[in-house]
Design a protein around this ligand. Structure first.
Ligand code: GLV
Ligand code: MN
Ligand code: MN
Ligand code: MN
Length: 419
């Protein structure tokens, strides 16, 4: 092997073309005609994607491990066999109409750091790991950030394994073929110690692009609560049933959502309130809807607002849903997270060494880093995406920006790994 002397800046080892090609290769798995990706958690597509990444890892001699909730770790050893690792990663599951970069970038950026150091023969004291957290998006299986949440013990393993998708398939069942895709992986327990955790991600908002900057230094993640609402109506004939004897579950949903829009109204536009899924059954034009199911995604940077407005959801739903009985299921709160200043400074120093102008910013989107913050100091680096578009097949990012963020990640990971 080669000398251990560090080249002056490890960030310069990052290979922009290789990183871009890896995004193309991964993005082809579950690729959609519109240039997006549909690779939902624990699908056959995710299994193929893991196999691909494991193949790259094996070629480089990296270790591969999985844990009981299906997180996957690629490991490059350090020189100190007793040192805890510096971990970086994200997720490879996508929204049903997702893009090539949300999540995939954080995994591929971390992998590129390991690969570029390996090819250049640069040693680090601590091991470096690239993590793939299971089910970040929470679109096939609700809630999201399950792999990272179970890893840190904020979510319980067994109930999360029992969680089902809308077809009645459990995480436990869906995990089997996905884990079989990487038979070389060793099994490791949950919550193995992490020295520090970093995550690269596209911004998913418009600010960096508007400022003409390649690098966002993330300082916090806003909090989130999710709910599922079920409304019981009564199926009836659309032509004959008088209004007074109807129990129309969709009319009830419309009243509830209108009242919740009122509750969440915010002249400062800080509150984020989304009903992203609305299911009406039986879904026939001439049947009064007998059942409605809808989702609520509510986010805010302030715990107090999350608590007060979130706690009002159930009462309002039950009240406005009458005469239809309403059930509200809450998924707990992902509280707002503020990143520790020393790790934020480490990321900032990396950008400064590379002379990449940056800005500090909060994250509106949720990330695995938010959960990992329960057990390790975390930081994040953002790069711009075109017009801030994400959770959309039109999500785009440039090769140069992806590489710039990965250079910053390399600087920060190596600084932490040698400390
Ligand atoms: C997941 O991507 C989220 O932030 O909702
Ligand atoms: Mn993401
Ligand atoms: Mn996402
Ligand atoms: Mn997210």
């Amino acid at each position: 092997s080669q000398p251990t002397a560090r080249p002056n800046l490890v960030g310069t080892l990052i290979d922009e073309d290789r990183l871009w090609q890896r995004h193309e290769a991964l993005g082809a798995i579950g690729g959609t005609p519109k240039g997006g990706v549909n690779r939902q958690a624990l699908t056959a597509e995710e299994a193929v994607a893991r196999k691909l990444i494991a193949g790259w890892a094996k070629e480089l001699g990296f270790g591969i491990a999985t844990d009981p909730i299906g997180n996957m770790f690629i490991r490059r050893e350090g020189t100190d066999p007793t040192a805890t690792p510096v971990v970086s990663g994200s997720h490879i599951d996508t929204q049903p109409t997702g893009g090539k970069y949300d999540g995939a970038y954080g995994v591929l950026a971390a992998f590129e750091v390991l690969e570029s150091l390996e090819r250049a023969g640069v040693k680090t004291r601590r091991p470096l790991e690239a993590a793939i957290w299971m089910n970040e998006e929470g679109s096939r299986f609700q809630p999201g950030c399950v792999g990272s949440g179970v890893f840190v013990g904020k979510k319980e393993l067994e109930p999360m394994l029992d969680m089902q998708d809308r077809a009645g398939i459990s995480v436990r069942e869906a995990l089997v073929p996905v884990l079989e895709a990487t038979p070389e992986a060793t099994q490791r327990p949950l919550n193995t110690p992490i020295h520090a955790y970093l995550e690269a991600h596209i911004e998913q908002g418009p600010r960096l692009e508007a400022e003409g900057l390649q690098i966002g230094i993330v300082t916090s993640i806003q909090g989130m609560r999710r709910f599922e609402i079920d409304i019981e109506g009564e199926e009836a004939h659309a032509g004959t049933t008088p209004r007074k004897s109807r129990k129309d579950a969709l009319s009830a949903a419309v009243r509830i959502i209108a009242a919740l829009e009122e509750l969440m109204h915010d002249p400062d536009d800080v509150v984020r309130f989304t009903v992203g899924r609305l299911e009406v059954s039986p879904g026939s034009p001439n049947v009064v809807p007998g059942h409605v199911h809808f989702s609520i995604d509510f986010r805010h940077p302030d715990t107090k607002v999350l608590k007060e407005r979130g706690d009002a959801v159930e009462r309002i739903a039950v009240e406005k849903g009458a005469p239809c009985p309403v059930t509200v299921k809450g998924f707990g709160t992902n509280p707002p997270v503020h990143f520790p200043t020393d790790i934020v400074d480490t990321v900032r120093r990396g950008a400064a060494r590379l002379e990449l102008p940056s800005m500090d910013m909060p994250s509106g989107a949720g990330h695995d880093a938010g959960l990992i913050s329960a057990v390790a100091p975390v930081g994040m680096v953002f790069v711009p995406c075109v017009k801030g578009i994400s959770h959309n097949e039109l999500e785009r990012a440039s090769a140069a920006d992806l590489a710039a963020g990965t250079r910053v990640l390399a600087e920060a990971m190596v600084e932490l790994a040698n400390s």
